[in-house]
Design a protein around this ligand. Sequence first.
Ligand SMILES: Cc1cc2nc3c(=O)[nH]c(=O)nc-3n(C[C@H](O)[C@H](O)[C@H](O)COP(=O)(O)OP(=O)(O)OC[C@H]3O[C@@H](n4cnc5c(N)ncnc54)[C@H](O)[C@@H]3O)c2cc1C
Length: 382
Amino acid sequence: MDFELSNRQKQIRLAAREFAEGELVPIGKECEAKGEFPRDLIKKAAQLGFIGCFIKKEYGGLGLGLLEHGIILEEFWRAEPGLAQVLAQPAFGSDILLLYGTEEQKKNYLPPIAKGDWVMGFSITEPEAGSDAASVTTTAVRIGEEYVINGNKVMISNGTEAKFILVFCLTHPEETSKSKRHSILLVETDRPGYKADKIHGKMGLHASDTANIFFNNVRVPKENLVGVEGNGFFQLMDFLDRSRVIIAAHAVGLAQGAIEQAVNYVKKRKQFGKTIASFQVTQFKVAEMATLIETARGIMYKAAWYVDRGTPNSSLSAMAKWWASNVAVRVVDEALQLHGGYGYLDDYPIERFYRAAKLLELYEGTKEIQKLLIGRQILGVK
Ligand SMILES: Cc1cc2nc3c(=O)[nH]c(=O)nc-3n(C[C@H](O)[C@H](O)[C@H](O)COP(=O)(O)OP(=O)(O)OC[C@H]3O[C@@H](n4cnc5c(N)ncnc54)[C@H](O)[C@@H]3O)c2cc1C
């Protein structure tokens, strides 16, 4: 057993940290206030290999593992969650293409993502199907050489910015098993009948794009099927085993950034003639926060390690996602508390971190859904 990162992994962390501190921190507050999607930042990050670094070399990526991808995003989230989210999303769903796409799909769609020229999205959630993804009703009907898609999806990252979107669709409504009814289709967003309405008014992460999207008789060639017809649910579960580890990386980074801000603050701020850091209650708080982060990072790295050696562990991925996001919410709450009333003002970044953190317990399966998965696996119940 070896708990040390390799030299290469350490270099990747350093490079990601340098990029985050040089490029994200200076513009984070302004991007959050304006809610602008910073395309040029994606391009810059891609030039250094930070977008979809796990995409194989033959498709334009660096061919690194999920752990390296996690380390990069951990550093981005440590520095500035709002822009880290923007940089996490361009390749969101590309794992599905890598795992299940045809050679032609991989060659056509992955290189522009790794280059930062295009961004993509993956749409599952619908108004009546959130946690219960197997209830998705957006239909894709095969007519001749095409699929015709109708329905709508909600809260889709990059819905208005994406060049193409992967769509989790109902193709086999007659199947008795709910897990054999769906397929994944790739939809170019310039196809007639595709419409996206940007969502305004999110609690945080304002620079990232989230949209409700609509499919009105959108026609795609049969070659746009990703993987096997009727196998979409299982493909989605494979994807989530990976993507949940990455949400855990977001959470570890956010928590790390929050504790560092709190430590800086309490060392300077004086009350009752002493620094806040000198109170034992502060030392206890910092000790608890640091220990929580250490446990979250450990479980996240272990879950990534399982994926990278080719044996994803669904239960561990769910544990990493649940625990790390829970740690992030707890740590950022305490970090803001240590800033006193100033933490509530936008003079300090901690309020942005606080608003960003909650999402981690919601998307890609809520914390309740992660616990359901873990509990069911342990108990052997369906
Ligand atoms: C900013 C943002 C970006 C997003 N990006 C994407 C995206 O790119 N693609 C995409 O497809 N989706 C995306 N989502 C949607 C997100 O994945 C869903 O919001 C999430 O899966 C939960 O679904 P829901 O909101 O419908 O909640 P619901 O499923 O309605 O859940 C409501 C509450 O009930 C609980 N609950 C539900 N079922 C159970 C159960 N069986 N047992 C116990 N408790 C239960 C939940 O845990 C939750 O607390 C995004 C959401 C946000 C906010």
